[in-house]
Design a binder for this molecule. Structure first.
Ligand SMILES: [Zn+2]
Length: 227
């Protein structure tokens, strides 16, 4: 099974990914993490400074990184992916790539109904590492003020300008809307209310995955009956 999760910052994306990975025993592809790793290699070192300065990588580079990742994993095992695609162009690139290998995206889960205020409240209670730039919820931090991954100094996101966050949220909605339509037209979209509790959100995803499976089976037998 090939699943993609899309949601705004603060929507619980990584938590839901982890639950899906554990439940279905699927490999996990966090594209943000894959890109961070790629930037440590010689091949992509030229782009390290760009990203550190807060610039986005050119699409072409991102696609190169993802292509080489896809080429190095066993697609038969399926995967759960987050952090990609961000645009319709990227979404159709994945479809073409997977199709060329005999695979397809099975479902795309959209974490919906996250109002700007809910996102702001969740994000601003988090801490970010000044060194590795990873973000942590308060309960993930064991040593106060220190990054659980690299021991770098953490800073309070409350210091961030709210307007910066508001822009990120706006940008997410602007970018994700056409992507959602794209997957809706392909009949692979699962939309869930992500403002609920973690377990409720996850149950809703499972429920819809199950329904889809049942629909597929009944459609298949219907087709068969008609022949
Ligand atoms: Zn760190």
């Amino acid at each position: 099974m090939i699943l993609i999760l899309i949601g705004p910052p603060g929507s619980g994306k990584s938590t839901q990914c982890q639950l899906l990975v554990d439940t279905f025993q699927l490999p996990f592809l966090s594209v943000g993490e894959i890109i961070r790793q790629a930037l440590t290699t010689e091949e992509f070192s030229a782009y390290r400074h760009k990203v550190e300065a807060g610039n986005l990588l050119p699409d072409e580079i991102v696609l190169n990184v993802i292509r080489s990742k896809f080429n190095n994993i066993d697609l038969h095992k399926g995967f759960v992916m987050e952090g990609f695609p961000r645009t319709v162009g990227q979404a159709s690139w994945i479809d073409d790539f997977l199709e060329s290998k005999g695979f397809k995206v099975d479902k795309v889960v959209f974490l919906d109904n996250m109002g700007t205020e809910t996102i702001k409240k969740r994000i601003l209670s988090r801490h970010q590492c000044n060194r590795c730039k990873r973000v942590f919820a308060p309960e993930e931090i064991k040593n106060k003020g220190l990054c659980p991954l690299c021991d770098g100094p953490l800073y309070d996101r409350q210091d961030d300008q709210e307007s910066v966050l508001e822009n990120r949220i706006k940008q997410y909605h602007r970018q994700s809307h056409p992507v959602k339509e794209y997957y809706s037209n392909k009949n692979v979209l699962i939309a869930v209310d992500a403002s609920k509790e973690i377990q409720q959100v996850f149950n809703s995803i499972l429920e819809q995955l199950k329904n889809e499976q049942n629909n597929k089976e009944s459609t298949a037998s219907h087709d068969y009956a008609q022949k």
